[in-house]
Ligand binder design. Sequence first.
Ligand code: AHR
Length: 532
Amino acid sequence: MSNEATQTTPSSAATISLAGAKPLADVPPRLFGSFVEHLGRCVYGGIYEPDHPTADENGFRQDVLDLVKELGVTCVRYPGGNFVSNYNWEDGTGPRDQRPVRRDLAWHCTETNQMGIDDFYRWSQKSGTEIMLAVNMGTRGLKAALEELEYVNGTAGTELADRRVRNGIEEPMDVKMWCIGNEMDGPWQVGHMSPDEYAAAVDRVAHAMKLAESGLELVACGSSNAHMPTFGEWERKVLTKAYKNLDFVSAHAYYMDHGHRTHDAVELQDFLASSEDMTYFITTVAAQADAAKAANHGDKDIALSFDEWGVWYSDAWNEQEEAWKQESANGLHHGAWPVAPHLLEDIYTAADAVVEGSLMITLLKHCDRVRSASRAQLVNVIAPIMAEPNGGPAWRQTIFYPFAEAAAHARGDVFVPTVASPTVATKSYGEVAAIEAVVTWDAAARRGLLLAVNRDLGAAHDVTVSLDGLAGAGDVTVTRAQMLHSDNPYLQNTAEDPDAVTPGELTVSAVDAGTLRFAMPAVSWAAVEFTA
Ligand code: AHR
């Protein structure tokens, strides 16, 4: 690394205590959601590849489906993302050979429409996941949203519900969660809007959708990140205007190590502390939601749907977009746009897995307000699962493991422990705690999970965990303990070496009945499953 300040120093101690801790909220199953967008090879060559040796009768890759199940994804947002803002949902329905081929303005690709809502419904049945649908508020709006709702959820006997039946899906799809547009504050978005324009539009669409079906859970677009010029103002205006018809406001945040090309240690340390930004984002949006509730004299809380989160090395994409702009400066461009090209295929490091582990801890620590989340995305595109083309295998990225552990074992209630930790200096967030942690406890099954990260690039830390405050926990027995760490934080899993970074066994010693101790090397993630 290019900075001497990162020399590993001897370990110092941190304590994680549940003394006096009260349950924050139940773990919402939808916290373990994901996102499938028509982007690059997420759909085509990802979940759908009819020529692949593992493809089933629908063209769905079984090797990918197996990893989706192993990842433990509960709910999948579809079909975009930026893609949705120029999408006609009807294009992806009916016989495949009659579906139109169109231009996708968001990603400069050619969309074949060989996958659409009917196919995705079948895929969701196979993967055992709930669907969360996004509607086009860019080039369309109220009418198309209502028609899509009738097609998807309607009882047979009306024109659009009958069309679905003719297309082979007899039962209503029962999609409850609907995102009303995507990132409509972003100047990159087709049909982007001002806060006032979107507030009026989402209010009208949400109102009409709830006239059609009162049990829907509707998500308004929030800010595309916590650094948008209208961050805060957007949420205040949108939520105040449309409070009565909304259930969720979305939040999106991607993080990257800005020094990844030069291995700059100051940047890597900053990146390791990314959950500070996510915390700020959540608390600010929750405050705006509360203000909107007060302004409306309301009695319900608007929850957060953190429906795009993760690590994304967006510099590569930004450079590609810039190159296109330069090209089009030379005159009109009539070349064909590619079908399902390799786009946003980030290959993740050990440090990326630790950051994603800390983001998951942050979501759990705020799950009283964050009741739904979608890690973006699922396959090939900034994804935990990679699917090799030309009959190749599917494999797990480093970031697969922290998500899968939480999805499989975070059950019951969330407890936010008191953490006394050494601190580490960061460029953007000042001094931050090196150790972050959360505990879940399923009182009925008497099973618990401790998740922890050491965000310190330069030092290992001994961690002592006191679970005594966990109501009725009694004597604690560790059933499984894992650690993800590499002495090289830049080490990646690759197609050639897909198991370069995997969790290994963590040695945990029991100090007394409710106290555990273990060591966390610099840049590490740990999970301790226990019974009591
Ligand atoms: O996930 C990639 C893109 O990131 C999505 O299409 C968009 O919503 C966000 O900007």
